[in-house]
Design a protein around this ligand. Sequence first.
Ligand SMILES: Cc1cc2nc3c(=O)[nH]c(=O)nc-3n(C[C@H](O)[C@H](O)[C@H](O)COP(=O)(O)O)c2cc1C
Ligand code: SF4
Length: 480
Amino acid sequence: MGRAIHDPGAVASYHHLHGAPPSGAACRGLACFACRADNPERWAEATARRSPIYCLGLCHVSPAAAGETARPSVRVESAEPVLLENIAAGGVRDLATYLSRGGGDALNRARSMSPEALIETIVESGLRGRGGAGFPAGRKWASVRAAGGDPVIVVNADEGDPGAFSDKALLEDDPFRLIEAIGIAAHAIGAREAVIYLRCEYPEAGEIIGAALREADEADWPGAVRIELTNGRGSFVCGEETSLLNSLEGRRPMVRIRPPYPNEQGLYGRPTLVQNVETLCAAPWIVERGGAAFRDLGADAEPGVKLISLNAMFREPGLVEIPMGIPVRRIVEDIGGGVKRGRLMGVMIGGPLAGLLPPRALDTPFAHSALASVGGAVGHGGVIAFADDTDLASLIAEVFRFGAGESCGLCAPCRLGTAELAGAFERLCAGERGVIDSTEWGSLIAALEQTSLCGHGRGLAEFARSLEKNFPEELAACLR
Ligand SMILES: Cc1cc2nc3c(=O)[nH]c(=O)nc-3n(C[C@H](O)[C@H](O)[C@H](O)COP(=O)(O)O)c2cc1C
Ligand code: SF4
């Protein structure tokens, strides 16, 4: 169940007001777009839907439809698993098994530590937010604790990034790890309440985490923190933390102007720790093994491990735990096995709010700063391979159609400019010529870049800039 809506104007912001998309409904996520030639009828259905479905988290079997229950293949490429140990063993969905496998030890250890020492351990680990923005987790915990008052934890389980299914796997196959992580974070910041905001496109995850919460509650585990589960209603921008908070409060899910930031004034004005599922799920391992051990699993410049989701255009799609800092080429060619047909056109990492990497950039390390320098991002770790049966104009049209449809509407360039770009590129794909010139393109992208109040508009501008950098000839061929 989603929370009550208090602003009637909010209703129009949601694609799936009444819950999960119906069984059989086709997905319009970008991973499905990349594989649309594998099932053109399904893709036609996806684009014809009045309420588009932006990602069912079935990118490993795309083009996908609601109700399919395929599980991704799971691999651990890090020196040891931080996040996938239970999932790689087939999943753990009951508390007794979780505890028998060592679950709960980290919580006990955390509670034997002072909140300050616990936060210092997370700081030392170098763990960064895995939801997309990459903000250092330990610093966030410290700032929420310092804000005092009656803090609350909001778990961002909206996993809106089309192409990512890592949070889905954690929720469905290791739900008690998240519950334990919430207990650890609650001890660190002094919270007694937490809310999990789960996208409605993951109904199975909702059932599993709901059952796990009931079981934990009956066992009074982890105790000391009350955890509520609530559903989103199908809106990409609700993954943005302030839009998510408005959604939880029953308001229109528009982005809030910052400051104040959620760590000081978040849910109902309370200091709020908004944290992604994967970020939190790393905490138990870090508490048990120490910050330095986590840091050492990654590279010097980029500590730790990360989950990545490989779409069905790879020969070997699935969910993989990797050490940070490895070359993207290792992900694409060795782990993913390359594209299953044709030649690689480009790789989108972290969804459409990031960039498109050309094959020549594959030696870039999978790390925040290195990827940014080639017009890419780590994002949430969705990795979508596009083969050469996707041309740049149709990808641009699809990304901006998505961007326009999911804009919260606060900023004009995001609300109107993205729709204009989508329309122009759709007409170009339909055979019209001279639909947009380079000056118009330049000014629309500059406006989006400079005036957007959140990462949605800015991310779409980054996508455009990455095309200018990485695909200049192909882009020039689209512009008048
Ligand atoms: C348009 C937009 C959509 C987002 N969607 C998600 C999402 O689905 N899940 C998520 O964890 N973070 C998402 N984020 C990032 C959140 O705003 C926020 O940074 C994150 O939840 C903080 O948690 P973390 O530090 O653990 O990553 C989104 C950001 C933007 C701008
Ligand atoms: S950039 Fe777009 S999504 Fe973000 S606040 Fe502005 S209109 Fe809303």
